[in-house]
Design a protein around this ligand. Structure first.
Ligand SMILES: [Zn+2]
Ligand SMILES: [Zn+2]
Length: 283
């Protein structure tokens, strides 16, 4: 009996191991660094950074002289919604450190290379997008869509002479749809006012999570945005970073409650995990 029991218990253990590893491999991770900066790690381990101002004052990983780039894992793609400095953030340093490819509009990409020293060989025309465009990346594990944003955009030109404008053209501001295979579909609003065509985003995509800029839209219209894009879960961002900015998400959460939309308020440097399209844990 002993000899037959032993292999079968080993087999069960092995099966359990394979099963739990397969489940872990289906995980998508979303991390907020404060302000508009998020990272997404896909089930296959691809890493995306959106609007990576990691050195923003609300990021605990950037306090007390700490460098948030030290702990940064490999980065495959940097997505920029627009050229404002609180969104381009540390993109140039991160690109140089990790070799990540840039996903942005052509004017922003071109001027970042020319004026901000973004590595030109990491700007690939396959990843240059315009609003309404969609690209498949990471061997089809990710679909990136670029959505409109009602805002402005410019690239800060540190090389500008005394009679030259400091703000160079940055193309049109945008938002992103990030659809992860075996994971959630995420909408990042970028900086935008509310616009009624957000309803089209809700009709065209099955949004699981909406990362909404509650400072630009205000609590009431941000909640309306969550409803328009038909988000199953809303996560606020772009607040509490700088003086003069909306400091809490309280009013936004109250407005979402009225509309019966689920919300999760992340803390800077918090990571949430998703199995398939559902959030499993926050830490
Ligand atoms: Zn902006
Ligand atoms: Zn901003």
């Amino acid at each position: 009996m002993r000899t037959t029991n032993k292999p079968s218990s080993i087999l069960i253990f092995l099966l359990l191991f394979v099963f739990t590893s397969a489940l872990a491999a289906q995980e998508t991770k979303l991390k907020w660094f404060g302000h508009a900066a998020f990272s997404i790690v896909t089930p296959n381990g691809k890493v995306l950074l959106i609007d990576p101002w990691l050195n923003n004052p609300s990021n605990p990983e950037a306090r007390d002289g700490k460098d948030p780039l030290v702990a940064l894992p490999k980065v495959d793609y940097i997505l920029l919604t627009h050229g404002h400095r609180d969104h381009v953030g540390d993109a140039v340093l991160i690109a140089k450190k990790t070799g990540a490819a840039l996903i942005a509009n052509p004017e922003l990409a071109g001027n970042l290379v020319k004026l901000a020293d973004f590595p030109g060989n990491q700007v690939d025309s396959r990843y240059i997008m315009q609003m309404g465009g969609e690209i498949q990346i990471a061997d089809g594990e990710l679909m990136i869509g670029m959505t409109p944003a009602v805002h402005s955009s410019s690239v800060f030109n540190a090389k500008a002479g005394p009679n030259e404008p400091e703000r160079a053209y940055g193309g049109s501001p945008a938002g992103f749809i990030i659809a992860v295979r075996n994971g959630p579909t995420i909408y990042h609003s970028g900086d935008t006012a509310y616009f009624r065509d957000m309803e089209l985003i809700g009709e065209n995509y099955s949004i699981d999570i909406a990362l909404l800029n509650i400072n630009q839209m205000g609590p009431k219209m941000s909640a309306r945005a969550a409803q328009s894009v038909q988000a199953k879960l809303a996560i606020p961002h772009h607040f509490g970073t700088l003086p003069g900015m909306l400091q809490t998400a309280e009013a936004f959460i109250a407005e979402l409650k009225k509309r019966k939309i689920a919300v999760h308020e992340m803390k800077p440097s918090e990571t949430v995990s998703f199995r398939g399209r559902k959030m499993t844990k926050a830490k």
